[in-house]
Design a protein around this ligand. Structure first.
Ligand SMILES: *[C@@H]1O[C@H](CO)[C@@H](O)[C@H](O)[C@H]1NC(C)=O
Ligand SMILES: [Zn+2]
Length: 325
């Protein structure tokens, strides 16, 4: 994209937000809080709205997820007061086995929506642009400790899955451990193509490229036979400097600005999702708890560092270089 964020922003605002300080609440139709929270974050992503606006196929299959998403996000921008612009979208997901009345995992639903969009969108160029908007390219590097040969396996992700350690974490420390070199334990050796036998290896993940919209998944649910939620503290900044992590350090100025937080409240068994979103017009934070929307502050957002009400997905937007100053 050639446009700087600031320039894009002024174009978007007039088109997408008629109403200053207005964020639409969404009714909960039977444990749909997870989808509601995600819709709030999509709605706060004008880059996605702009792409979906171009999606005008002559014909769509029934239950076309990208079309229903587009219609819902459109309806959320209108000034009407009702809180049910997403009923068709919920029905559509239901028919794709994302059922109501079932507790979902926000990261999984985020992936399902993007996967279904990729699969169903008839306009493949547009689908590609949506994929690129979120796509994180990583590379697994397995190095043979005997000969130094490195085997690289590329992979692409829609969210960066970060493990949380006991005690206090910072987002930066979580990213650091994600990309840290890890020796494989003995008995866990890998076959080296050059040595032509199994050798001890080290294992490392590299961030190859980061998208304009970076979704970070704090892995708070861990399976120990039964699923447990980690309530540990994870601090995260409003402005994240990713350039230190992907080896391009000095020159590539990759500054990211936080604009949405999907919050999980409660335990692994009985939970509720809400969202903090930052309005792109005046940068004010809002808190959306289904149909209830309130203005919020950065201090409120920071309360999700730990405890019962915890940040689960963080959405960062890449800032243009001149805005990063
Ligand atoms: C989304 O697609 C990827 C790649 O095909 C797959 O690995 C992943 O399991 C899918 N996730 C969901 C939730 O559908
Ligand atoms: Zn080797």
């Amino acid at each position: 994209m050639g446009l700087s964020w600031n320039k894009m922003q002024s174009n978007y605002n007039s088109r997408y937000y008629n109403h200053r300080d207005y964020v639409r609440g969404l009714n909960n139709y039977g444990v749909t809080c997870c989808i509601n929270a995600l819709l709030q974050s999509f709605s706060a992503t004008p880059e996605l709205l702009e792409l979906l606006d171009k999606y005008n196929p002559a014909q769509t299959e029934p239950n076309d997820v990208p079309m229903e998403l587009k219609n819902t996000l459109c309806a959320m921008r209108k000034e009407q007061k009702h809180h049910s612009p997403h009923r068709n979208f919920l029905d559509c997901l239901h028919r794709h086995s994302i059922h109501r009345y079932i507790q979902h995992d926000a990261d999984e639903i985020f992936h399902s929506i993007l996967n279904l969009t990729q699969k169903q969108m008839t306009d493949k160029d547009l689908a590609e642009e949506i994929r690129k908007l979120y796509e994180i390219k990583v590379e697994t590097q397995v190095m043979c400790k005997e000969c130094g040969h490195i085997q690289k396996t590329p992979n692409s992700l829609y969210s960066l899955p970060l493990a949380i350690r006991e005690g206090d974490n910072t987002l930066e420390s979580c990213v650091q451990s994600y990309i840290q070199q890890q020796p494989l334990r003995s008995g866990n050796e890998c076959y080296c193509d050059w040595c032509m036998k199994k050798q001890p290896t080290t294992h490392q993940l590299k961030l190859v490229s980061l998208p304009s919209v970076l979704c970070i998944h704090l892995k708070r649910f861990r399976n120990y036979g039964t699923t447990r939620k980690l309530h540990n503290r994870v601090t995260f900044p409003e402005t994240l400097h990713m350039n230190t992590f992907n080896g391009q350090s000095e020159n590539a100025k990759e500054y990211y600005s936080l604009y949405a937080v999907i919050v999980h409240i409660g335990s692994a068994f009985s939970g509720h999702y809400t969202a903090y979103i930052r309005h792109s017009l005046d940068q004010k934070w809002f808190y959306a708890d289904d149909s209830n929307v309130q203005q919020a502050t950065w201090e409120h957002v920071q309360e999700t560092y730990k405890g019962g009400k915890t940040a689960y997905l963080l959405l960062y937007r890449k800032m243009s270089e001149n805005a990063s100053g």
